[in-house]
Design a protein around this ligand. Structure first.
Ligand SMILES: *[C@@H]1O[C@H](CO)[C@@H](O)[C@H](O)[C@H]1NC(C)=O
Ligand SMILES: *[C@@H]1O[C@H](CO)[C@@H](O)[C@H](O)[C@H]1NC(C)=O
Ligand SMILES: *[C@@H]1O[C@H](CO)[C@@H](O)[C@H](O)[C@H]1NC(C)=O
Ligand SMILES: *[C@@H]1O[C@H](CO)[C@@H](O)[C@H](O)[C@H]1NC(C)=O
Ligand SMILES: *[C@@H]1O[C@H](CO)[C@@H](O)[C@H](O)[C@H]1NC(C)=O
Ligand SMILES: *[C@@H]1O[C@H](CO)[C@@H](O)[C@H](O)[C@H]1NC(C)=O
Ligand SMILES: *[C@@H]1O[C@H](CO)[C@@H](O)[C@H](O)[C@H]1NC(C)=O
Ligand SMILES: *[C@@H]1O[C@H](CO)[C@@H](O)[C@H](O)[C@H]1NC(C)=O
Ligand SMILES: *[C@@H]1O[C@H](CO)[C@@H](O)[C@H](O)[C@H]1NC(C)=O
Length: 347
């Protein structure tokens, strides 16, 4: 009896000391938002690992941050991403499924972090994540400090699943009705455009036939023809190819006049939350926006309010219906979303 009591007490003190020790020295903190996600409704899942340098940190000179994953905390962790003093703020070796954006920063004197942000997480993200800060202590020994967090996914129950399917069916029905009306509107609009003698004089008959078949609408103004695709695309490369079919390119919006002139075309898009690719890109240099065809720097912007410029995975410029057709950064290629292509061709 006595032995057991002492044992427990001893264990108790050890646990206390251990926790106290951890609380004092832990410089690595991993957090997840939301802690439990729902594959039916969650739009974004963020795992953020941060390291804060202080004179009590075990890791005094930070070299890298590593994120690893395991389906179960007793299994071996597999590498997911890492960032180090040489990777210039870009996480490297990002190995995870789904549409994910990785960002981060190493600041050995202050706060460093690495963040993974999934769009429409599908359940494959569930498990344990471990973030490790690797570096040296104040006498030059290699040290690692880690934090582990569990990412939980809700299992949708049958009722929720049925509700979600009903919602989709309902929305689809509404869309189809809208679409029928839209088709009638478009055909009347298209016949008006086709009958414009002006456009016939600048566009070859075969190009005009192509436009009638493939454009939701088109517009002739100021020595330019603008056309909006009927089709939606998963990436800018095939959007640009679409534009090139009749010798154009993704639109280069130079000024507010040009922007205002194309807005009425977009009002033909009636579905909700649609997006339209333009020719703006920062793929070559973060926060330096240029037009992909001419290479010129962009000077006119009409950013949506609250645009966050820290997403290094968002390198293309699109117009968002959700933001009243203002501009926002987005993926240049993604399997989950589709974009209309807005093209321009000079005459
Ligand atoms: C990640 O977490 C750190 C610490 O909480 C924070 O400073 C940083 O801004 C976060 N990163 C992003 C991109 O939100
Ligand atoms: C650590 O930093 C604290 C507050 O910045 C300071 O008061 C303390 O003297 C430092 N300790 C050492 C060992 O440098
Ligand atoms: C975790 O993955 C291992 C192999 O990587 C597998 O053997 C194991 O069954 C998985 N555990 C769970 C809980 O899914
Ligand atoms: C169905 O749609 C309604 C209203 O749009 C929404 O409140 C609800 O969360 C949706 N249910 C599911 C399971 O998606
Ligand atoms: C079709 O055109 C009419 C009249 O211009 C407009 O009121 C209606 O909203 C349009 N319908 C669609 C689906 O765009
Ligand atoms: C174009 O205009 C002509 C003459 O004004 C008219 O007969 C024809 O129906 C119009 N075409 C279309 C497709 O509406
Ligand atoms: C568009 O017109 C150009 C020049 O006349 C021609 O080379 C091209 O094949 C046409 N494209 C289509 C899709 O009609
Ligand atoms: C763009 O999307 C198309 C079709 O979805 C695909 O075949 C093509 O490989 C994609 N291209 C790039 C560069 O992602
Ligand atoms: C609306 O969305 C449906 C389903 O995604 C699509 O088939 C249709 O082409 C869209 N219509 C318009 C006008 O955006």
């Amino acid at each position: 009896m006595t032995m057991t009591a002492v044992g427990c007490l001893y264990f108790g003190i050890l646990t206390f000391l251990f926790c106290f020790h951890q609380a004092l020295l832990s410089s690595v903190v991993l957090n997840v938002q939301p802690a439990t996600f729902d594959p039916l409704t969650t739009e974004h899942l963020t795992v953020n690992c941060s390291y804060t340098h202080s004179n009590t940190s075990r890791v005094q000179v930070l070299i890298s941050l590593f994120l690893s994953w395991s389906n179960d905390s007793t299994q071996q962790f597999q590498d997911v991403a890492s960032i180090n003093v040489f990777s210039h703020g870009h996480p490297v070796n990002v190995l995870t499924s789904g549409d994910v954006m990785a960002s981060g920063e190493i600041n050995i004197e202050g706060q460093s972090y690495m963040q993974l942000r999934w769009v429409l997480p599908n359940g494959g993200q569930v498990g344990f994540y471990k973030c490790s800060a690797e570096g040296t202590d104040n006498v030059g020994h290699n040290v690692i400090e880690s934090d582990v967090i569990e990412v939980k996914g809700k299992t949708p129950d049958m009722n929720q699943l049925l509700l979600a399917i009903r919602n989709i069916t309902f929305r689809q029905k509404a869309t189809e009705e809208n679409l029928e009306e839209l088709k009638r509107n478009i055909s009347s609009l298209a016949s008006q455009s086709c009958n414009s003698t002006e456009i016939q004089s600048v566009i070859s008959p075969s190009n005009l036939t192509w436009l009638s078949a493939n454009a939701l609408t088109y517009l002739y103004s100021n020595q330019e023809v603008y056309y909006l695709s009927k089709q939606q695309f998963h990436n800018v490369s095939n959007s640009q190819e679409f534009c090139e079919s009749i010798g154009g390119y993704l639109i280069e919006i130079d000024d507010v006049t040009e922007y205002m002139s194309i807005l009425p075309m977009l009002s033909l898009i009636r579905n909700l939350s649609e997006m339209v690719y333009t020719g703006g890109t920062e793929e070559h240099s973060e926060n330096h926006w240029v037009f992909r065809t001419s290479g010129r720097s962009i000077t006119f912007f009409n950013w949506r309010s609250g645009q966050d410029f820290s997403n290094q995975g968002y390198n293309c410029l699109a117009l968002f219906q959700e933001y009243d057709w203002k501009m926002a950064e987005t993926f240049c290629s993604t399997q989950f979303y589709t974009y209309y292509a807005l093209c321009e061709r000079s005459i």
